[in-house]
Ligand binder design. Structure first.
Ligand code: ATP
Length: 511
């Protein structure tokens, strides 16, 4: 099945099984805003716990914070967001649709890359084990030609971005003959800049009201609390502050479901280091973060680092962690070496010293910062894209979400085989005993097969069936989601069997 079709099915599945709903649906929805349903919120909370514990529990020099969404407006002046948080936009005059110019060009680059990858895949199949990819890349004419095209376009694009040259961005779109996917024409407007911050007013009287912004990133809340945390926590450099919270961006091109939203959630960690050591820490965090992703077992081949074409105004090194979604490799997380830009700016704008006194140097300095920043919603989409499977069985088809057990919304379903003979009571008793450890669900409706399918569809890793043998010897069957195999075990063993599988320790051991 084509990847786009799988993605459409996944979106429909998310709604049908209570993972994600369109916001304000009964009023026909609100663009690029979504709500998480009964299963979605559990998965989201589990993802956040995986991230939070991997930062705050595993690193004694990383502590948490929960700063407010509303902040003093000068913060966004200092950070550069008021003046420089812009996207270059272009409209198609025929379809009246608006696009990000940089995204149109990135998609063109991806098309060329696809062509190269297809040639390589074909050749790998043809030559089998004898295939030498590097040699093929260096000698195949079609690959070389496309690689040259890619390099030339990439260099031109990077230069235009770095120079902030909007005319050149437009010219690239014209020269590459990029068409609007809706109208199919090349009738483009000029490229313009658009600020992504939402604003509102705080205060009641017209002249007393103050224009404030909904934060477009959680990071600034960390920077402006750097001194508070460092002093009250007696933190020694290097140390990090982690935060999970909502962020808001007035995205123009909001597409691909929860991939690009106007209200979303970020998990950010700012790591404060001695100047000059930031690039070493940047490399360390790159490795740690990639391990965190890959510990989930979705396949190392589905991840890659993407080095930024253009460094943001605050950064001296930056990469994205990209995951292979059904619609291609896309950013899930950004890792940035932000230099001392933010803290220095806040020193300047607030007039307060934001320094670290180093007893070894007997001197104080503005710390440098390495940031890891990941979107909860994109991570959620990564987990579901990797987990969604359609399996043909002997005389049936099943849709199963192979979510890693520790992230699964429901860990255990307890199913009495029939609604009599005291079996429901035993099932309830099992839930009462286990509900403080695991999220459990009781289900007695329909055939056992249908109940298994319902649990497969929400990714429940374990189903326990209480049958007529249970009252006799306290044994039940436990059915494993991925293999569908069943085992007869004693009720007293359940906590141990399930506990071992759903523990985050299994993941942490791989980071
Ligand atoms: P993009 O290039 O896709 O717009 P970005 O580089 O602007 O993303 P960052 O500012 O680095 O993103 O934000 C860090 C993370 O926050 C991203 O890796 C992504 O996971 C998440 N994120 C950013 N914007 C959105 C959004 N509109 N919707 C959902 N998640 C987002």
């Amino acid at each position: 099945m084509a990847q786009e079709d799988i993605f459409k099915k996944l979106v429909a599945h998310c709604k049908e099984y209570g993972f994600v709903f369109q916001s304000s649906e009964i009023y026909d929805g609100l663009g690029a805003v979504y709500d998480y349903g009964q299963n979605g919120v559990e998965l989201k909370n589990n993802i956040k716990k995986y991230w939070w514990d991997s930062m705050v529990l595993l690193h004694e020099n990383v502590v948490g914070l929960d700063s407010a969404i509303f902040m003093h407006p000068t913060i966004w002046k200092a950070s550069g967001h008021v003046d420089a948080f812009n996207d270059p936009l272009i409209d198609n005059k025929d379809s009246k649709k608006r696009y990000r110019a940089d995204v149109l060009i990135e998609e063109q680059l991806a098309k060329i890359e696809d062509k190269i990858n297809k040639e390589i895949e074909k050749a790998a199949k043809r030559f089998g084990d004898a295939f030498n990819e590097q040699q093929f890349r260096e000698t195949n004419l079609r690959v070389l030609e496309n690689q040259q095209k890619w390099d030339a376009l990439h260099n031109r694009f990077a230069k235009a971005l770095n120079d902030g040259n909007l005319d050149e961005l437009r010219q690239i779109i014209v020269d590459e003959e990029i068409v609007c996917p809706i109208s199919g024409t090349r009738n483009w407007t000029e490229v313009r800049q658009f600020n992504l911050m939402f604003s509102t007013e705080m205060g009641s009287t017209a002249d007393g009201a103050q224009k404030i912004y909904l934060r477009p990133e959680t990071a600034q809340g960390i920077f402006v609390n750097y001194l508070n945390v460092q002093k009250t926590g007696r933190m020694k450099i290097p140390f990090g502050i982690a935060q999970i919270g909502k962020a808001f961006r007035n995205e123009i091109v909001a597409r691909q479901f929860i991939f690009r939203m106007r209200e979303f959630e970020q998990m950010e960690m700012q790591f404060f280091v001695k100047p000059g050591t930031e690039l070493d820490w940047f490399e360390k965090w790159k490795t740690t973060r990639m391990n965190w992703h890959q510990a989930l077992g979705f396949g190392a081949e589905n991840y890659r680092f993407h080095v930024h074409e253009k460094l943001a105004h605050y950064a001296n090194a930056a990469v994205d962690v990209e995951y292979k979604f059904p619609f291609g490799f896309k950013e899930v997380e950004g890792i940035h070496s932000r230099t001392d830009f933010d803290l220095s700016q806040h020193e300047k704008y607030s007039g307060k010293k934001i320094r670290y006194f180093d007893p070894e140097l007997n001197d104080s300095f503005v710390p440098f910062v390495v940031e890891t920043s990941i979107g909860v919603d994109r991570m959620f989409l990564q987990v579901l894209s990797a987990a969604y499977c359609e399996e043909q069985l002997e005389n049936d088809m099943r849709v199963v979400l192979k979510i890693p057990p520790m992230l699964a919304p429901v860990k255990l379903a307890v199913l009495p085989l029939v609604k009599k003979d005291g079996l429901p009571e035993i099932a309830r008793q099992i839930i009462d005993d286990l509900k403080f450890e695991f999220n459990c669900q009781y289900d007695e409706k329909d055939s056992i097969g249908k109940r298994y399918r319902r649990q497969d569809a929400i990714g429940t890793p374990f189903c326990v069936t209480v049958d007529n043998q249970t009252p006799e010897d306290n044994s039940v069957t436990i059915r494993y989601r991925d293999t569908m195999t069943q085992e007869r075990v004693s009720i007293s063993e359940l906590s141990g069997i399930i506990g071992k599988q759903v523990s985050y320790k299994n993941l942490f051991a791989k980071i």
